[in-house]
Design a protein around this ligand. Structure first.
Ligand code: PEP
Ligand code: MN
Length: 345
C-alpha cells in the first residue's frame, strides 16, 4: 500500500502516518519526492484496515498494491489451475466444454441432449434442476427429479454433470447428484451459499453477477476458496449495460483480465452473454481464440419448445458445427479442447 501525503503535509504528519503504518504490522518506507512525500507500506495489508488511513492528517490518498483477494490471486499461485472432474478439464491450456439445456425438462429431453453434446465433443452436461427465474410464474425446474435425470444421463454417457444450487441448505442434496455445483449470476454475492459450496468437495462453477465488477467476482470466488475448496471456475456470462440488442453484454476482455489476476480457469457462457442463438457460435469461437479455458453453451433438442431460454439455445446440428469451428480455432492458438478420448487415456 502507498500512502500519498498532501503537498503541504508537515514532517509531524508524515511521522504520525509512519507510526500508524507500523502499528498495523507493516514496514514503512518514506520516499521524499520533489512535490510530495509518499509512504510505501510493505507487508500483508489485506489483514489490516488500510483504507481507514486515508482519513489521517495530511493524507491525500491511500493506494492498495496487493490484490484484495488472496487465494485466488496470481501473486499467491503463479501457475494456472486446472479443474478436472471425470472427463472434463478446464485450465492450463485445456478448454473444457459444458453443454446442455437451460433446464432439465424430461428424461427424453436430457438423455437426447446428453448423447448429442457428447457426440459433438462436450465432456460435461449442463441442465438446471433448480431454476432461478426472474418471474415466480415461470418454470422453476424439476428439482430433485431433475437431479435424478442428470445422474441417469451421466450413467449413460460418462459426461460430468454441472447443475445449479440456489441455497446453502440445498448444497448437500445437489452435491449428491452433481459433479460441479453451479452458483448462478443472481447468487454471486450470496455469501452463505459461497461458504457452503466452499465446504463441499465438489468443484464449483461461479457465474459473474450481471452488475458485479471483476474484483467483486474474484472476492466472491475467494469465499469459496477460503473454505478449502480449490476447484473453482469463474464463468463470465455477460453484464448489464445500456445496450439492448443483446440480452446482456459479453465482455471477452474478462478473459485477459482474469488470466492476469488469477490462476483460476475462466469459462465463457455465450448463451446468456448474448441471449440470441445466432450470436452464440461466433462468440464461442471468439472466446476460444481469446484464451478462454472453457465454454458453457445451452443446447436443446428443439429450442422452439424449450421450457426456458429457447431463444438462446443451439440445436444439435448448430452445436456440432460450433464445436468443429472451436476445435479449429483452439488448434490455431495452441490449445486443446478436452475430449472424452483423452480423458480416458
Ligand atoms: C443458467 O445457466 O441457466 C443460468 C440461470 O445462468 P445465469 O445464472 O448466468 O443467469
Ligand atoms: Mn439459461
Amino acid at each position: 500500500m502507498i500512502v500519498v501525503m498532501e503537498k503541504d503535509a508537515t514532517p509531524d504528519q508524515v511521522e504520525h502516518m509512519v507510526q500508524r503504518v507500523q502499528e498495523m504490522g507493516l514496514k514503512a518506507h518514506v520516499i521524499q519526492g520533489t512535490e510530495r512525500t509518499v509512504i510505501a507500506a510493505v507487508g500483508d495489508e489485506r489483514v489490516t484496515k488500510a483504507e481507514a488511513l486515508e482519513s489521517g492528517p495530511g493524507v491525500a490518498k491511500v493506494l492498495p498494491i496487493l490484490a484484495p483477494y488472496k487465494v485466488a490471486s496470481r501473486e499467491l499461485k503463479p501457475d494456472p489451475t486446472q479443474v478436472r472432474v471425470g472427463p472434463f478439464a478446464a485450465g492450463a491450456g485445456v478448454v473444457g466444454v459444458i453443454a446442455g439445456p437451460c433446464s432439465v425438462e424430461s428424461e427424453e429431453q436430457i438423455m437426447a441432449s446428453a448423447h448429442a453434446v457428447k457426440q459433438a465433443g462436450a465432456t460435461a452436461l449442463r441442465g438446471g434442476a433448480f431454476k432461478p427465474r426472474t418471474s415466480p410464474y415461470s418454470f422453476q425446474g424439476l428439482k430433485e427429479d431433475g437431479l435424478k435425470l442428470l445422474a441417469q444421463a451421466r450413467e449413460a454417457t460418462g459426461l460430468a454433470v454441472v447443475t445449479e444450487v440456489m441455497s446453502p441448505e440445498e448444497v448437500d442434496l445437489v452435491a449428491r447428484y452433481a459433479d460441479v455445483l453451479q452458483i448462478g449470476a443472481r447468487n454471486m454475492q450470496n455469501y452463505r451459499l459461497l461458504e457452503a459450496a466452499g465446504k463441499s468437495d465438489k468443484a464449483v462453477l461461479l457465474k459473474r453477477g450481471p452488475a458485479a465488477t471483476l474484483d467483486e467476482f474474484l472476492l466472491a470466488a475467494e469465499y469459496i476458496l477460503n473454505e478449502g475448496n480449490a476447484h473453482v471456475m469463474l464463468c463470465e456470462r455477460g453484464i448489464r449495460t445500456f445496450e439492448s440488442h443483446t440480452r446482456f453484454t459479453l465482455p471477452l476482455a474478462t478473459i485477459a483480465y482474469l488470466h492476469k489476476k488469477t490462476h483460476l480457469p475462466v469459462i465463457i457462457d455465450p448463451s446468456h452473454g448474448t441471449g440470441h442463438a445466432y450470436m452464440v457460435p461466433d462468440m464461442a469461437v471468439a472466446a476460444v481464440a481469446a484464451g478462454a479455458d472453457g465454454l458453457m453453451i445451452e443446447v436443446h433438442p428443439d429450442p422452439e419448445t424449450a421450457a426456458s431460454d429457447g431463444y438462446q439455445s443451439l440445436n444439435f446440428a448448430q452445436f456440432a458445427e460450433t464445436m468443429e469451428r472451436c476445435r479449429r480455432v483452439a488448434d490455431a492458438v495452441d490449445r486443446v479442447i478436452c475430449s472424452m478420448e483423452e480423458a480416458a487415456v
